[in-house]
Design a protein around this ligand. Structure first.
Ligand SMILES: NC(=O)C1=CN([C@@H]2O[C@H](COP(=O)(O)OP(=O)(O)OC[C@H]3O[C@@H](n4cnc5c(N)ncnc54)[C@H](O)[C@@H]3O)[C@@H](O)[C@H]2O)[C@@H](O)CC1
Ligand SMILES: [K+]
Length: 496
């Protein structure tokens, strides 16, 4: 599913109206009707619903919703935050129709007046402002939003919760906290930012018949259907070599377990052969946990002559001079797909130019803190516009970037972007990243387009955590990274 900025949304709108010739009033009718039909599924017709409208087309959607619900037997009333003469364009067209019906209509005057109107209201529909919002909310929007946020009634936002910008990079303080947001055609970028996602509540995109340009270059979500369509098939006569030869380099005497989790996750995700490169002392410590792997000490590895389909480096490796020199050697000499995680990302900060020298694809898997460090900015700044920073970085350093978080953003060097929304807070624990690195390594080894492999790997990781919790196997408190191995198996099973 596509995700859009305000500019992209307005472009689709004008393409639909100007090139395809569909009148904006029809789009508004479609939008209002689609929202009304979905409100019917959630709010009983015995409820009193107040619809709040503003000066733009978001308000126009509200007039259509009011008419539609009224004609379907609902008790609706409208509260307009602007005077009649400020309503114009397509919104005015639908306002004039609504005026002919017996729908109670109030023009907002004061907090006291609104308090009176709100008595016995069981649900509100927010059509005050949509993607046309600029900057902080002005009066009376700010006051009305503040008043509504204090009420524990069901709140439906149309397109976007009032006050919340559509685009990343904008900092605002006030916005409506909705229970559900019905996004017109596509969800907007801020639904995928940690800072604003909670304002949306649940988000549901509604098709209103917009016609996008031939090949839209929008960000897309990656979900179960995409995985189903692209998961590598296991052919009957395949052998272990068919599924790649992978190398995991990491682990130290102080951090033995991480490399073990990466290797196990890779094998659980379909990797054919995995070698673990670690310290001599670490091998007996972890060998019984991953008997399926072969082992090498870091001193005996020769990246120039050893051939691996894909290599992952960094997990639990440490930040010693010896570790750093090993990472440099790997980046310079490995002639295959390479995934850099954890301590390898730490090393990269001072050595980013090495990435530009690589002739083979490189994957970086930072969490927000690691990414901010690579960019030399604060985490807060990164999280204000993670899509923009990711795209610029991936293009500049010619890498595939997996920016891990509650919304994982995957970007390729061409700037194509996908976002994964599954997974849960049970993953916020040491070791989850090591498991993800293993799943990604495995998918990288099994061929297919690299960005597809990364998207599938991230989705399987999140789905594993969700599966274990939804089935009551673990909770968001006690889930361990090693438990994910069991979840991976269950998730694969759902595709068989
Ligand atoms: N194809 C489309 O894009 C469609 C869009 N529709 C609706 O149209 C909306 C966009 O309409 P508009 O472009 O008219 O924009 P909005 O309806 O979001 O609002 C624009 C108005 O908000 C005011 N405003 C801006 N910033 C403000 C602030 N900080 N405080 C107070 N007032 C502020 C402006 O003065 C302007 O009058 C969408 O969100 C969607 O709901 C639908 O009607 C269907 C079709
Ligand atoms: K709204």
């Amino acid at each position: 599913m596509h995700i859009v900025t305000a500019k992209e949304m307005y472009e689709v709108d004008s393409h639909t109206v100007q090139s395809a010739g569909i009148d904006g009033k029809i789009l508004m009718e479609n939008a209002g009707r689609a929202v009304a039909t979905n409100i019917e599924k959630r709010v009983a017709n015995t409820c009193r619903i107040l619809i709040f409208t503003g000066s733009g087309n978001n308000g126009g959607d509200g007039f259509v919703i009011a008419r539609t619900l009224h004609l379907r037997g609902y008790h609706v009333e409208v509260v307009s935050l602007v005077d009649e003469e400020k309503i114009n364009g397509d919104a005015k067209f639908h306002y004039d129709i609504l005026k002919k019906l017996s729908v109670p209509f109030h023009f907002y005057k004061s907090e006291n007046q609104l308090r009176g109107i709100l008595v016995h209201t069981e649900a509100i529909v927010d059509c005050m402002l949509g993607i046309g919002v600029k900057g902080h909310l002005k009066s009376p929007y700010k006051e009305v939003v503040g008043q509504l946020n204090k009420l524990s009634i069901y709140k439906v936002a149309v397109d976007i919760p009032t006050g919340i910008p559509a685009d990343e990079g904008v900092e605002v303080k006030d916005g409506l906290y909705a229970n559900v947001t019905f996004s017109i055609q596509y969800p907007k970028i801020t639904a995928f930012l940690e800072r604003y996602a909670s304002y949306y509540g649940e988000w549901v995109p509604l098709d209103i018949g917009l016609i996008p340009p031939i090949k839209p270059s929008f960000v897309q979500t990656w979900g179960r259907n995409n995985v189903q369509a692209t998961l590598p098939k296991r052919k009957r006569f395949a052998h272990k070599g068919t599924f790649g030869k992978g190398l995991v380099i990491g682990g130290s005497d102080e951090m033995p377990g991480s490399v073990m989790m990466t290797a196990r996750a890779a094998l659980r995700s379909g990797a054919g052969l995995i070698t673990i490169g670690t310290t001599r002392q670490n091998i007996p410590a972890i060998a019984s946990y991953v008997p399926e792997a072969t082992y090498k000490t870091v001193d005996e590895m020769d990246f120039l002559s050893d051939q691996y389909t894909s290599v992952a480096v960094g997990m639990g490796l440490g930040r010693t001079e010896k570790a750093f020199s090993l990472i440099e050697q790997v980046i310079r000499q490995v002639k295959s797909l390479l995934l850099l995680d954890a301590d390898a990302l730490y090393y990269l900060k001072q050595n980013l130019s090495l990435l530009k020298e690589r002739e083979y694809p490189t994957v970086l898997t930072p969490h927000a803190g690691e990414m901010a460090r690579l960019l030399g900015i604060t985490t807060e700044r990164l999280l204000l516009k993670p899509f923009t920073y990711s795209k610029a970085f991936a293009k500049e350093y010619n890498v595939h970037l997996v920016l891990k978080g509650p919304f994982t953003i995957i970007t390729n060097p061409q700037g194509e972007q996908f976002v994964i929304t599954n997974g849960n807070v049970g993953l916020a624990k040491g070791g989850s990243g090591d498991v993800l690195a293993g799943i990604l390594l495995s998918f990288m080894m099994q061929g297919a387009c690299l960005i597809t492999s990364l998207c599938n790997g991230c989705w399987i990781h999140g789905a594993s955590a969700d599966h274990l919790i939804e089935n009551g196997r673990y909770s968001k408190y006690d889930l361990l990274a090693t438990d994910l191995m069991e979840g991976i198996g269950s998730v694969f099973h759902t595709f068989s």
